[in-house]
Ligand binder design. Structure first.
Ligand code: ADP
Ligand code: MG
Length: 358
């Protein structure tokens, strides 16, 4: 129902969305996760035209939102949005906040708008707050009102931009439970969130955003349990990671050592752990990887969720196991780490991954 093609958006010289492509089907619940500053809010704001994309296409039910003459107001009515900071009108009561837009934009009569608003307030557990002002409510209650307000426009899709991140922790669950309830009604929803457990439970798909793109997407199980690409792994497993682009003939060993040492210091690795890592690392690069390729992308990291240290080298080349060429070195490496594997990634690159117990 929503198709995003080659969407691009820059602010001045900063390219925020570099090439976003996605399809969101009717009734789907998609959570967008990823580090801050990667364009998640910008993507949502482009979807309901609060920002104008520079390039690309957004189609809703096959109709282009960006074509000249597109009815922007109609797009916004069909695409509700719930913001981090509620954005309720402070001088209007809860009831008036909910009835204002339907009366003004949908030309619904006052009694009908009130009746609908009371039903929605009941659904979010706030029917007894209809006449309160926003300031008289807790943050969690205000956000539930904001959700009822978005629903009052009878949108086809609701976009949530970090709906719980401005809340006191004690109020996060009440808002998440209202959103989960809405998900079960078959409403199409796109949710930017840092609540990973919630995203896993409520979503049909997860988009991981990084580098101005949807860097990896999949089911909650694929993304949370079996993330594939390095930056997804780093984010999900909370890996503190160092990245290097290395060439066989020209790499700065002192630079790598210094960053490896800083990484080890941050995680209080023991002398034995550092020594083992260093020796396996040097053997792997010198005897296994660099004989078969001149250039690699190298990642080195410590995971905070599953107590793991490791490094990975990625390159383009022939699909032949480079460990098989040097059986004695492979044996030495494998005897000194938890696992050392060779595989091909989904996008066709070759990868050696070496992991150590923490
Ligand atoms: P996220 O929601 O993933 O944290 P945002 O979409 O809010 O990321 O922002 C992505 C980048 O775009 C940030 O570097 C931010 O500073 C920049 N940005 C967002 N909106 C604007 C704007 N209106 N003007 C200039 N820069 C912006
Ligand atoms: Mg944001």
């Amino acid at each position: 129902m929503i198709e995003i093609r080659h969407l691009k958006k820059s602010f001045g010289d900063t390219a925020v969305l570099k090439d976003v492509n996605a399809v969101i089907r009717k009734g789907e619940v998609v959570s967008i996760i990823g580090p801050s500053g990667t364009g998640k809010s910008t993507l949502l704001r482009c979807l309901n035209l609060l920002e104008r994309p520079d390039e690309g296409e957004i189609l809703v039910n096959g109709v282009s939102l960006l074509a000249p003459g597109a009815d922007v107001a109609a797009v916004r009515r069909k695409m509700g949005m719930v913001f981090q900071h509620f954005n309720l009108f402070p001088h209007l009561t809860v009831l008036e906040n909910i009835t204002e837009a339907p009366r003004r934009l949908l030309k619904i009569s006052e009694p009908e708008a009130r009746k609908k608003a009371m039903e929605l307030l009941k659904a979010v557990g706030l029917e007894n707050k209809a006449l309160a002002l926003p300031a008289e409510l807790s943050g969690g209650q205000q956000q539930r009102v904001a959700i009822a307000r978005a629903m009052a426009m009878e949108p086809e899709t609701i976009l949530f931009d970090e709906p719980t991140s401005a809340l006191d922790p004690t109020m996060v669950d009440e808002v998440l439970s209202v959103i989960s309830g809405l998900a079960k009604t078959g409403m199409t929803m796109v949710i930017v969130t840092h609540e990973m457990r919630f995203a896993r439970n409520v979503s049909s798909r997860i988009f991981f955003m990084e580098e101005g793109r949807i860097y990896e997407e999949g089911t909650p199980q694929e993304i949370f349990d079996f993330p594939k690409r390095p930056k997804t792994v780093a984010f999900i497993k909370r890996v503190d990671m160092e990245y290097f682009a290395l060439a066989r003939e020209d790499f700065d060993e002192i630079h790598i050592r210094a960053r490896a040492r800083a990484l080890a210091d941050r995680h209080h690795l023991s002398k034995e752990q550092r020594e083992k890592f260093r020796s396996v690392f040097v053997s792997t690069l010198r005897d296994v990887v660099f004989p078969v390729t001149e250039k690699i992308d190298l990642y080195m990291g410590v995971s905070q969720t599953d107590e793991m240290i490791g490094f990975a080298a990625l390159w383009d080349g022939d699909v032949a196991d480079p460990f098989a060429r040097v059986p004695e070195t492979a044996e030495y490496i494998r005897a000194n780490c938890r696992s050392a594997s060779f595989s091909q990634t989904e996008d066709g690159r070759l990868e050696i991954k070496v992991l150590f117990d923490r």
